[in-house]
Write a protein that binds this ligand. Sequence first.
Ligand code: NAP
Length: 278
Amino acid sequence: MSKILIVGASGTVGTELVRQLRSKGHTVLRSTSKSTLESDQVHLNLQTKAGLDTAFVGIDKAFFLSPPGYVNQNELLIPLIDEARKQSLKKVVLMTAMGANAVDSTPFRQAEIHLEKSGLSYNIIRPNWFMQNFNSFWLHGILHDTKVALPVGDAKASFIDARDIASVAAVLLDDDVRFQNQAFDLTGETAISHAQAASVISNAIAKSIKFEDITPQAMRETLLGAGLPADYTEFLLMILDYLKQGAAERVTDTVQTITGKAPIAFEAYARDYRNAWV
Ligand SMILES: NC(=O)c1ccc[n+]([C@@H]2O[C@H](COP(=O)([O-])OP(=O)(O)OC[C@H]3O[C@@H](n4cnc5c(N)ncnc54)[C@H](OP(=O)(O)O)[C@@H]3O)[C@@H](O)[C@H]2O)c1
């Protein structure tokens, strides 16, 4: 059994990953940027680098992600990779995003390349758009306006349930050696439009939720109005445009291959999370 450091442990993927690794018998150290710590937590702030020299003490393996809100993902992730190499970790699993490897110069890809060249044993997982965005980022619109308003038209996305992402990461961080040094694009089993997703949620909660196709400028105003930094707003608009162009439609079989289970369907996600929307 290993001692595993989880960056982003209190987040959507991290919470479930911690649960699954513990159920497999591993010891988990949860990193947090907050200063008040629980007994299984360690302070680590990727922006200030505080805690970087202490978080890895006694650690065998680690899971890394870059928190949302930052566009300099390489600057946040590369120091983690360097520290993992310094401490001779047995394995690092890095989560980026589907499409991150399209262009080598992007910050996410720069972090991936750094890991690939590090000499560490690694996996890179690149999930598609999360189903859980509907109960987090798009929740306000659903609760207050009964709609999901995005500049994506009728493009489809093979949304993935974050619980499946965690299941994949848990297998890769376990003692499995089948997938050494490989990268995986993670998707759900079918691609659906945001209008179809809204319809599935409507059925789950017996209330009509509509999709509205809006302009990028309207989206920009919403995001800036919600207090998002200008650079992160433009990053989101860029990846929403990729979605609109069809870049998120592809379906892979990697969840099934790695976990041995079919990906969670959007209908099951909507049933499991229905209390979020009422
Ligand atoms: N949402 C999507 O559709 C989607 C799709 C593909 C890829 N992704 C990628 O998924 C990642 C986000 O994963 P998630 O949704 O599971 O995360 P999340 O729920 O947003 O949680 C973010 C985590 O980061 C930690 N954190 C925040 N600021 C930090 C800092 N300065 N230093 C260290 N830790 C910090 C938070 O914990 P504390 O507050 O305790 O520090 C929290 O655990 C991003 O890299 C994103 O690009 C998302």
